[in-house]
Each structure stands twice: as structure tokens, then as C-alpha cells.
Design a protein. Sequence first.
Length: 171
Amino acid sequence: MPAAVETAVRERGRAITAQAFGLLSTNLVQALAAGGITNALPYCSEKAYPLTALVAATNDVTIRRVTHRPRNPTNAATGIEWDLLRKYQLALGRGETLAPTVRAGTNGQVTFYSPIVITNPLCLQCHGVPGTDLAPSTTALLRQLYPQDEATGFRLGDLRGLWRVDFARLP
Ligand code: HEC
């Protein structure tokens, strides 16, 4: 892939994931303020997709959040996503700063992957350690909404997953 293309993908990928993350965070904080965790939890599951889909449509890309420890099974990492998560996990363990990855796919498609590390204590209210970070009512609600939930037990600084942005047309 030409260096200029890779640089453009990197810049646009960063901007797009920042936009999606900002939109999700703002809405999450509002939902929490309006009705606490019991309001925000179902909200997260219903609004996360339309919000990221909106950012994807305005930027002419597809956006996904994938993870090695999914709450929603549809967000489970596969193939290269797993390899990258393992690579990032090892780098984190060595105390390195994580940078996004750009890979060329088939049909001239290019994909931007950006690690999601938990840096905000807010996240722990729903992804932290049950019994300490998670209120018993949150644990109960999670069990009901996501019987196969693997997305608790995280601590600050942990790798939570990846943003994946697919560019069908090169920027
Ligand atoms: C109010 C509870 C709540 C808070 C706070 C919260 N999340 Fe989540 N998170 C959820 C729910 C519910 C899902 C599942 C959404 C779905 O069904 O797709 C989820 C899914 C995710 C996913 C997609 C992968 C998966 O496991 O399905 C990532 C990544 C993620 N959250 C990261 C974060 C980060 C980072 C923060 C802090 C900025 C955060 N979350 C804060 C409830 C929360």
C-alpha cells in the first residue's frame, strides 16, 4: 500500500473513531445522568449500533467494535482481529504505547484497527469487577440482558477491544 494512502487511512481512521467514541460517550453520560445504570444499560444495547451506524454513513465506511471478551456475542473478534488483540495485549504487558494498525484487504479495501483501552473509571461501572465496581443491581440486570456476558472484571489500563473501520473507497 502506498505510504500516502496509509497515512490518509490512519488520519481518517483516527478522526472517525474519535467521532464515534465521542458520540457514544456523550450519550452514555446523558443516559446515566437521566436514569442511572438501569437506564443506561438497556440504552447501550439499543443505541450503540444506530449511533455508530450514523458516524459510518456520514463517513462512507463501516464501523465495528470487536473484542476478545464480548458482552454482546455479535461483537466477538475473529481471525485477524484476534491476532491484533493478542499483539496489543502483549505490547500493553511490556508497557508500550499502543498505535492503530492499517491493513490492506482484498478488492483494494483498507481497514483501520484501533485498540480500546479502559482509561475512564466510568467504564468500570458496567465492565469492572463484580462486587466492587459493579453494583449488585447491575450484575443482576446484565445477567438478564446478556446471559453470556464476558465483559466484566476489567480494570483501568486493560485492553477492552478494537475499533474496526473498513474503507470501501480509499480516502
Ligand atoms: C451503563 C453501562 C455501561 C458503561 C458505563 C459502559 N458500557 Fe460498554 N457496554 C455496555 C453494554 C450494555 C454493551 C453491549 C452493547 C451491545 O449489546 O452491543 C457494551 C459493549 C461495549 C463494547 C463492545 C464489545 C462487547 O463486549 O460487546 C465495548 C468495546 C465497550 N462496551 C467499551 C466500553 C468503554 C470503553 C466504556 C467507558 C468509556 C464503556 N464501555 C462503558 C454497557 C456499558
